[in-house]
Design a protein around this ligand. Structure first.
Ligand SMILES: O=c1ccn([C@H]2C[C@H](O)[C@@H](COP(=O)(O)O)O2)c(=O)[nH]1
Length: 215
């Protein structure tokens, strides 16, 4: 059975998911020989990824206290979701979405949403079978989908494999920034963001930090 979590903000969704894995995760050794605790098919819905303020400017995403992803580093990472340039990395999500396949999937999705608001076809992928069936470092976020319903933009991301302590939070912030961009371009409001992690795991080296973060 999938695990369903609903949260107001990204930070709350992350904490609830960590708790779930620490409590119910099964020990799995991955193909690098590293120990993890894992649950399969964790689906987290974040209802308000951005905390609105009175004037709707400088909307904020709160970072968990003491967490190593924050400030400029987090902003820079989140921006990568929108940048076509992979800047020497093996892959980046922005590159896969906007340039790698010789099509800007973000702009194409926006076009479809503008042409027909309730379209079910505003979907983007990152997995390139030509490359990713052979390489070791391959994208974890595989698919992003947008739906407009009631003038709200619903964003869904699917991760084949998700490091919940080390990467889920910045990944979610990146997805939220992408959603914001698409919402602005389509004249909609950022609605819920749903993150489906097929393998949701925490590495053994992070167990203690993860527990501390829950206090
Ligand atoms: O955006 C990313 C990129 C990587 N990872 C994590 C997931 C896994 O812990 C690891 C990749 O290992 P494999 O699933 O490829 O073995 O990196 C993420 O969580 N998010």
């Amino acid at each position: 059975m999938p695990y369903k979590i609903t949260a107001n903000e990204i930070k709350d969704g992350w904490q609830k998911l960590i708790k779930k894995i620490l409590k119910e995760g099964k020990p799995i050794k991955d193909e690098r020989g590293t120990r993890t605790l894992e649950i399969l098919n964790a689906i987290v819905e974040i209802q308000r990824p951005f905390r609105p303020n009175f004037y709707h400017i400088n909307e904020e995403i709160e970072t968990p206290k003491g967490y190593f992803w924050s400030g400029e580093k987090l902003k820079e990472y989140a921006n990568q979701f929108l940048k076509p340039d992979k800047k020497g990395f093996i892959y980046t999500y922005g590159n896969r979405l906007r340039s790698h396949f010789k099509v800007d999937q973000v702009e194409e999705a926006i076009k479809r949403l503008k042409n027909f608001k309730k379209t079910r076809r505003a979907t983007m992928i990152t997995w390139d079978p030509q490359v990713d069936t052979k390489e070791d470092e391959v994208p974890c976020m595989i698919l992003i989908d947008f739906k407009i319903r009631g003038n709200k933009l619903y964003t869904t991301g699917v991760w084949r494999s998700h490091d919940i302590y080390g990467a889920w939070f910045p990944n979610a912030v990146g997805l939220a920034h992408l959603a914001k961009y698409v919402a602005e371009k389509t004249g909609t409001k950022v609605g819920p963001i749903t993150i489906h992690s097929i393998s949701a795991h925490i590495y053994e080296v992070n167990f203690e930090e993860a527990k501390k973060m829950m206090r």
